[in-house]
Design a protein around this ligand. Structure first.
Ligand code: GUN
Length: 291
């Protein structure tokens, strides 16, 4: 029997808890937590993601400031926009939607965001803190996956975890989150010769490579937990993950669906990170020491 992890439900529970905290903030007439989302160009997928993030903000009572910049925005102009947001006391969190147009240097942009407002947790400081097992603000997708694994009482120490994909957004921080909890972690990338030799012996497999239905029952053993990070649009317009869900069902122990698995949890974690930044920047919690 396979259990499907309901990411939508768990994300909603997280958002409900955050809403209660925002209601309290409003009751005491305090500044409302505010997230600024910056989008450069009009990549259709990014437009949808940004809209979903804005909707989640509003649903919990946070403020969302959207900054839409044209495709030909320069690195310098984008940096200047971020510097203004860094010093704007009304803004608690800054998110620059990725991918950026090719002519913009993403590394420079990410490092321009103040680590204190880095709701994505992508800044060198925040990734470094995660690497040293002193987490501050953690990247949303991997941390959301931890919430999903916690919801099924996954017992991390000693478990064999395989992460397929080594991106800065998912694979690398996912590796650190699992390592910090005592898992033995293998990270596969596009050069890995025999992925099955790793996934066959895994307790947990997390796939984030953007290849529709890449992982199937040939790759795994029964009793595995499968987390699907992929969001791929098929030629017929349907959305599917990196996992062949129908092929796996009734074989694996747990699986996340697409849609309704990791995606909603990523957004709920972003909202949670915004509240963490707000509390820090209001000096309510001394959780992040940058100096
Ligand atoms: N593009 C795809 N995923 C993400 C994410 O988590 N954060 C940002 N900023 N851009 C993304």
């Amino acid at each position: 029997m396979t259990s499907v992890i309901d990411g939508k439900l768990i994300a909603q529970k997280t958002l409900d808890q955050i809403k209660k905290q925002i209601d309290k903030i409003k009751y005491y007439n305090q500044k409302i937590p505010t997230l600024s989302v910056v989008l450069v160009g009009n990549n259709p997928a990014s437009l949808v993601y940004v809209e979903n993030k804005k909707r989640a903000c509003i649903s919990v009572g946070m403020k969302s400031i959207e900054i839409l910049l044209p495709e030909d925005t320069t690195t310098t102009l984008l940096q200047n926009t971020i510097i203004k947001l860094n010093t704007n006391a009304d803004v608690d969190g800054i998110l620059v939607q990725l991918p950026l147009p090719k002519h913009i240097d993403s590394k420079i942009i990410i490092d321009t965001i103040s680590p204190k407002k880095d709701v994505d947790g992508f800044h060198k400081y925040n990734i470094g803190a995660l690497a040293l097992n002193s987490p501050t603000i953690c990247p949303c997708t991997p941390h959301g996956i931890i919430t999903l694994l916690d919801s099924i009482n996954f017992n991390y120490p000693g478990k064999s975890a395989v992460v397929i994909g080594s991106s800065n957004i998912v694979g690398r921080p996912m590796m650190l989150e699992l390592l910090n909890r005592g898992c033995t972690v293998t990270v596969c990338n596009s050069k890995t010769a025999n992925i099955t030799s790793f996934t066959k012996n895994a307790d947990l497999v997390i796939v984030a490579i953007g290849k529709p239905k890449f992982l199937n029952k040939q790759h795994i053993s029964s009793n595995t937990i499968i987390i699907d990070v992929g969001i791929n649009r098929l030629p017929n317009g349907k959305i599917c993950g990196d996992v062949d869900f129908e092929d796996m069902i009734d074989i694996v122990k747990y699986i996340t669906p697409v849609p309704g698995g990791v995606g909603p949890m990523t957004i709920a974690t972003l909202i949670s990170n915004t509240l963490i930044c707000y509390n820090h920047n209001q000096n309510k919690e001394k959780i992040i020491q940058y100096e």
